[in-house]
Design a protein around this ligand. Structure first.
Ligand code: GUN
Ligand code: ZN
Length: 380
C-alpha cells in the first residue's frame, strides 16, 4: 500500500508520549510541554529523541512526516539531518514563539525568532537533502506577536515555503485569541491577515472553525490536519471531517504526538473512525466516514494537505515510490487470518488490527528504509 503521511507531529514531544494526558491544552503546555521542549538546547538529548521518533514513525509506516521541532535552530537542523539519514520524507519546522508568559525561559524575542528562522531555512536548504525541507512554523497565533506573525508570513512568501501552525483547537484558546486580536473577525482572520494561509499551509486541529472560516480555507488553499487522538486525549473537541470535506478543504491526518499519545498513523486512522462514529451517535443524520475514505485521508489526503501530491500519496505513474509491504498474516503478528480473504477485507483487517509487525518493508522514493540498515561508518 502507499506510505502514510503524518501531517502533524511534534518530534520534540516524543519523549513523553503516552503520559501527561490529564490536563486541558493550555495547562498541559505550561506543565509538561514547555519544560520538555526547553531541553532541546542540549544537542545530545535532541539526537537521542529525534533518532527514536524518526525510527518509530518509519517502522509504523509513516513515509512522510510534517514535524514541529522546538525553538532551537541547531537541534531543529539535527532533526532534518536524522530524517535524511534514515531516508524519511519530511518537512521540519523550527518553532517560533515570542509570546509566552507562563514559562519565561522558553521564549524568544521577536528579533531572535525572525533571525533564527532565516538561519534555519538557509542552513537546511543548503544541505540539499532530497526529501527534507524547512517549514515556517509559528507555534500558533496566540504564542506570537503580530509583528512576528507578519514577518513569518513574508519569509514564507519570499522563499515559497510551507507553513504549519495550530488553529481553533479548544474553545478556551478561541477566547484568548479574541482577547489578543480584538480587531480580527476570527482565528482564521488573524492568520489570513498575516499571509499565513496559502496553498502550502497546513493547520492542525480546526475543531471549532465556523463555516465562514472553512470557506476562507477553501479560498486560500490552506489545509487542515485532523488529529483525533490529541483532540480526545486533551478533551479539546471533535472535528467534523464530513463538514470539512463538504467545504472541499484539503484534509490529512496527524498524530500530534504528544497531545496524541500514539506515534502510529494506524492509530490516527482508528481514532478518525471512532470520532466519526461518536458524531453519528450524537446526530444520526451524520454520515459516518468509511474505512476506505479514512485510508485515503491517511495517504493521498495527507499528501494533498502538504501540497506534495505531485510526489507521493498513491501509486500514480510519475510519483515517487513511497510504499509499505504489508503482511497481514505476519508470523507472531496481531492478526489471525482464519480464511482466505479478498484485498478489501485484508486492508480493513490491517487498518483496524495491524501494527508494525505487519509492516515488513518500507520504501521512500524507491529506497528501502525499513528494515533499518546499520550505519556504514565502520569501514576498515
Ligand atoms: N498549540 C500550541 N502548541 C501546541 C502543542 O504543542 N500541541 C498542541 N496539541 N497544541 C498546541
Ligand atoms: Zn500540535
Amino acid at each position: 500500500m502507499p506510505g502514510m503521511v503524518d501531517t502533524h507531529i511534534h518530534a520534540s514531544q516524543y519523549s513523553y508520549a503516552g503520559t501527561a494526558l490529564d490536563l486541558p491544552l493550555l495547562q498541559w503546555l505550561n506543565t509538561y510541554t514547555f519544560p520538555v521542549e526547553s531541553h532541546f538546547k542540549d544537542l545530545e538529548f535532541a539526537h537521542r529523541v529525534y533518532t527514536r521518533v524518526v525510527k518509530r514513525t518509519l517502522m509504523n509506516g509513516t513515509t512522510t512526516a510534517c514535524y514541529f521541532a522546538t525553538i532551537h535552530t541547531d537541534a531543529s537542523l539535527l532533526l532534518g539531518q536524522i530524517a535524511n539519514d534514515f531516508g524519511q520524507r519530511a518537512l521540519v519546522g523550527k518553532v517560533c514563539m515570542d509570546r509566552n508568559n507562563a514559562v519565561k525561559h522558553y521564549k524568544e524575542t521577536r528579533q531572535e525568532s525572525e533571525e533564527e528562522t532565516c538561519r534555519f531555512i538557509a542552513e537546511l536548504l543548503n544541505k540539499k537533502y532530497p526529501l527534507v525541507k524547512p517549514v515556517v512554523t509559528p507555534r500558533s497565533a496566540r504564542f506570537c506577536s503580530e509583528a512576528l506573525l507578519g514577518q513569518l508570513g513574508t519569509i514564507a512568501k519570499n522563499n515559497n515555503l510551507h507553513i504549519q501552525s495550530h488553529i481553533s483547537e479548544t474553545t478556551g484558546e478561541l477566547k484568548l485569541v479574541k482577547e489578543l486580536f480584538p480587531e480580527s473577525e476570527s482565528y482564521t482572520d488573524v492568520c489570513n491577515k498575516y499571509n499565513l494561509l496559502t496553498d502550502k499551509t497546513v493547520m492542525a486541529h480546526g475543531c471549532h472553525l465556523s463555516d465562514e472560516e472553512l470557506i476562507q480555507f477553501r479560498e486560500t488553499g490552506a489545509s487542515l490536519s485532523h488529529c483525533p487522538n490529541s483532540n480526545i486525549s486533551l478533551c479539546s473537541g471533535m472535528l467534523n471531517v464530513r463538514k470539512v470535506l463538504r467545504h472541499k478543504v484539503k484534509l490529512g491526518l496527524g498524530t500530534d504526538v504528544a497531545g496524541g499519545y500514539s506515534a502510529s498513523m494506524l492509530d490516527a486512522v482508528r481514532k478518525t473512525l471512532d470520532t466519526s462514529k461518536v458524531l453519528t451517535i450524537q446526530d444520526p443524520d451524520h454520515r459516518t466516514l468509511t474505512f476506505e475514505e479514512v485510508f485515503r485521508l491517511a495517504t493521498l489526503g495527507g499528501s494533498q494537505a502538504l501540497s506534495m501530491d505531485d510526489q507521493t500519496g498513491n501509486f500514480e505513474v510519475g510519483k515517487d515510490f513511497d510504499a509499505l509491504r504489508v503482511n497481514v498474516a505476519a508470523p507472531g503478528g496481531p492478526i489471525d487470518l482464519i480464511q482466505c480473504e479478498g484485498p478489501e477485507i485484508l486492508l480493513e483487517k490491517f487498518l483496524n488490527l495491524g501494527d508494525d509487525r505487519n509492516i515488513v518493508e518500507v520504501y521512500v522514493a524507491g529506497r528501502k528504509v525499513v528494515p533499518f540498515t546499520e550505519p556504514t561508518d565502520t569501514v576498515e
